[in-house]
Ligand binder design. Structure first.
Ligand code: HPA
Ligand code: ZN
Length: 340
């Protein structure tokens, strides 16, 4: 039987590498958790809240994203948030996920680091045991805050080193270059953690260079604006440096004006290790399969190209080499069976 593109995307095994757990907070769960914590949201109904999800840039999104996260108070809240995401991706054939959380969004409101990470970790363990989804956890530093605050967050995170794979950098990019956190990331690397950074989403190619050469990242999150600098593109290809690209996020935050002008094919054609991810799916209108599908429709992607993107997702992951190869083989087998 012929496999349609929708079916092909729905069934292909894939990894997600750029996902903010606070960005999976669906309005219905947000109202439920706000109610049980006796907190009030700024909006009276799910419909009113959803109507506010209109963004002209990254900052307009971040303001709403942080205010939503403010109702998360208890360990169970972080568990419920993470478990809902895992169930969702289980239905989308995500077999491995590497998720960010933003500790400072919570610790600054008086929620202890321990409650945040324990709830997320417990859900990730259940995800592994019950759903068979493997995972890694990335502590993300809010770049609009100070170096000192970042160091404090790193110190807290280091107490849970066994639960953490990497340190990331997110929030308002413009005016907060990666170099601001050179010493924090150096310390994280010395402690044996990998590092990644959002760069080239709204910020210039220079920020991508800084992420590479000053922070010494293992992946660039977004990286769209790298394409403005031919020498940078060459360097990213030479280093096989993965980019975790987020198409629906790019559309909603006006990083691209239309998906038909999304640069993912250009990235693949240039030999860059681009991957597809959902970023903040509750806010941007889709989880990972909706991202693949929107791209496939806008750019008329072939099954070969979709397969390449799924293979890249494992190649770019923090899985062990043998596990990567096993997963890439699984994707190849899927292609052979469904390229009809
Ligand atoms: N960019 C920067 N910070 C973020 C994002 C993003 O796409 N999503 C959540 N925090
Ligand atoms: Zn992001």
């Amino acid at each position: 039987m012929h496999t349609t593109i929708d079916q092909f995307i729905a069934g292909i095994p894939k990894a997600e590498l750029h996902l903010h757990i606070e960005g999976t907070f669906e309005p219905e769960l947000m109202f439920e958790i706000a109610h049980r914590n006796q907190l009030k949201l700024k909006y009276a109904t799910v419909q009113e809240l959803k109507a506010a999800y209109q963004f002209n840039n990254l900052q307009e999104f971040l303001d709403i994203y942080y205010s939503g996260a403010n109702v998360l108070m208890e360990e169970q809240d972080f568990y419920d948030l993470t478990w809902a995401y895992l169930q969702k991706i289980h239905s989308q054939k995500v077999v491995h996920t590497e998720i960010f959380f933003d500790p400072q969004t919570h610790t600054l409101r008086g929620v202890p680091f321990n409650k945040v990470i324990s709830g997320i970790h417990r859900a990730l363990k259940d995800g592994e045991n019950i759903l068979g989804i493997s995972s890694k956890l990335i502590v993300s530093i809010l770049r609009h805050l100070s170096e000192e605050a970042a160091f404090e967050t790193l110190e807290q995170a280091l107490k849970y080193k066994d639960w953490i794979s990497a340190v990331g950098l997110d929030s308002s990019e413009k005016g907060h270059p990666p170099s601001k956190f050179e010493r924090v990331f150096e310390k994280a690397r010395k402690e044996g953690l990998l590092v990644v950074a959002h760069a080239g989403e709204e910020g210039p190619p220079e920020y991508v260079w800084e992420a590479l050469d000053i922070l010494k990242v293992s992946r660039i999150d977004h990286g769209n604006r790298s394409l403005e600098d031919a020498q940078l593109v060459e360097e990213l290809v030479r280093r096989k440096m993965p980019l975790t690209v987020c198409p629906l996020s790019n559309l909603q935050l006006k990083v691209v004006q239309e998906l038909t002008s999304h640069p993912i094919l250009e990235m693949l054609e240039k030999g860059m290790v681009a991957t597809v991810n959902s970023d903040d799916p509750a806010y941007f209108g889709g989880y990972i399969n909706e991202n693949y599908l929107a791209l496939a429709q806008a750019l008329n992607l072939s099954k070969e190209q979709i397969t390449q993107l799924a293979k890249n997702s494992f190649q770019a992951s923090f899985l062990e080499e043998d596990e990567k190869l096993r997963m890439i083989e699984r994707v190849d087998d899927y292609f052979q069976e469904n390229n009809i």
